[in-house]
Design a protein around this ligand. Sequence first.
Ligand code: ADP
Ligand code: MG
Length: 698
Amino acid sequence: MESKITKIFGSQVFNHQTMRTKLPKDVYKMYKKTILEGIALDPICANIIATAMKDWAIENGATHFTHWFQPMTGITAEKHDSFITTSGNDGVVVELSGKELVQGEPDASSFPNGGLRSTFEARGYTAWDPTSPAFIKEGILCIPSIFCSYTGEALDKKTPLLKSQELINKHALRIVKLFGNTSAKRINTTVGPEQEYFLIDKTLFDQRKDLIYSGRTLFGAKPPKTQELDDHYFGVLKPKVASFMDELNEECWKLGILAKTQHNEAAPAQHELAPIFTLTNVATDHNQLTMELMKRIALKHDMVCLLHEKPFEGVNGSGKHNNWSMATDTGTNLLEPGVTPYENAQFLLVLAALIKSVDKYQDLLRISVASAGNDHRLGANEAPPAIISIFVGDELYEILDCIGHDKAYTAKNIEKISIAVDALPDFKKDTTDRNRTSPFAFTGNKFEFRMLGSQTSISCTNVMINTIVSEALDEFATQLETSTDFENDVHEIIKQTIVAHERILFNGNGYDEAWVIEAEARGLLNLRCTPDALPHYLAKKNVDLFTKYGVYTRNEMESRYEIIVEEYCKAINIEASTMVNMSKKNIIPSVFSYIKDLSEGVATKQSIANIDCSVEISIIKKFNADVSFAYEKTEALFASIEVANKQGTSIERAKYYQTIVIPFMEELRNIVDEMEQNCSKKYWPFPSYGDLLYSVSI
Ligand code: ADP
Ligand code: MG
């Protein structure tokens, strides 16, 4: 039976099903080969696909097309061109040539490039990524594309991701071949990103300059109730939220996004959407689209969707969980412990590759989630700490420990586990102690990386994971390809990896202060904030890794580093400037009004009769002192921004923002929040936390 979902699913996507009906058989076959083998598309084929794509788009109401790409701003970019071309005799025809499909040339001078381009060569090129299907959004045919400079350097988040996919495909294939799999032609990584967000009332949002300019509240006294009762998590959806989710699901489904799970999250006004996992680059596109749809659809329901990592102090922030795995084109998940000992050996080897690479490149994983917004989450009580560690569960940990140290495996009564011979238990059942505090957790048949911020693209994280795991797989494959005693050598590699990298395995409570101390003793990195983490990006081992495998050139890495540092400085600059603005233009004048009215009240009361006004007078005195202090802090914050901007290099600026400007912001916030706590509601210039967090009441 055809359901509403199956009817609309993918209806706005030029997907395989549509292509099969719209393209000549041999062209479709060529297209599939292009994707499978990662080769360039023949120009004749491109022309035929372009025409079919255009006809399909027009049939579905599109008038324009765009190369849809993901510049370093972190959001997506599009420049629309209509399909019309003059026909020579006053008329027009609609057209999309193969050349237009395959390549675009937007003027790109205003996208961040971190020094890769000067404005005189501001041209940027976009090129179709045929592995991600084209789709129609708001009447525009969107052609997923990569974006690079005139000299071919990547200026986007997609190019390195595609390169890292090719890389892991190559080395993971070598591994499965060694284990006798000759039928697999390709290995893809798959990702299911769980997305958290807040919904608040639009009218209230419009009254908060901090939300408008910076995406988060920079002031706000704690309301009497937040999330202490755990009554929002998985609670019944409010009708307004439910109708938003219905529309969001429908729009996602039309775009082929596998929206699956939705629920209320821990904080009031917080929610989550999780799709079913799919190919990593498609999941990346889909996550960008999902965030865009969330924002757009919320507005239609008179709400605003907040994707910032920490919109409200004192309640949980929003993150994104990157569930990652690898699978062959024939459907075998390489992180699925197998049913035979031989399959288990392959699983343990792949696991060893993850353990080795995550330990060696803790810094890269941390950097992939570094942003001013995410600094509020990592290390706070709801998110994993800034320390990278791997959770594998007790059962698997015991097995790894036994292999690493030649210990007896009690559960199976085995003296010493012999890989590829001894059967291992079904770890999938080991879900009893799934550790929610771990940043990198093995959850049965995939790894869940939980450090991502809610608004960041998942691309960078997956570039890192794909590349670091590729290196370990490459090294293992190189050793095993010349092996004369395969089973023994697999055992040795796993054993040596465990011995060398077991410090990264941690099953305990990641939120515990004791872990910070233990992690330090183990020599694990604890890069608490963005300016601490970023300089590690250009460490020799990291530059060597990316350049060796051709995922980034050194230039590209330097430019990315610059862009992220700049982004951090700009974010704090906007927040600090907004605080000064709100303080001077609204908060201080409002407190003065309150003081004035109280004083006039005292005068009136005393002129009628000599009544006791000690309460009013003590309130006036307190506010007078507090507002003077707030004024002083505002001036100090303002001055610190000026000094920050005069610092020499971008990382010096970032450090200054982190160590000097942010503490001033906190001091100003503290005194302002105290005044808000004490102030009559009538005088306070902004909606309160209580108003915002409980604004969607129906
Ligand atoms: P949680 O308990 O963290 O909420 P769920 O079981 O709801 O986790 O699902 C988490 C996500 O993991 C989903 O998006 C799901 O599709 C995804 N997932 C499941 N298997 C894989 C896999 N093999 N590769 C990548 N992602 C996967
Ligand atoms: Mg999760």
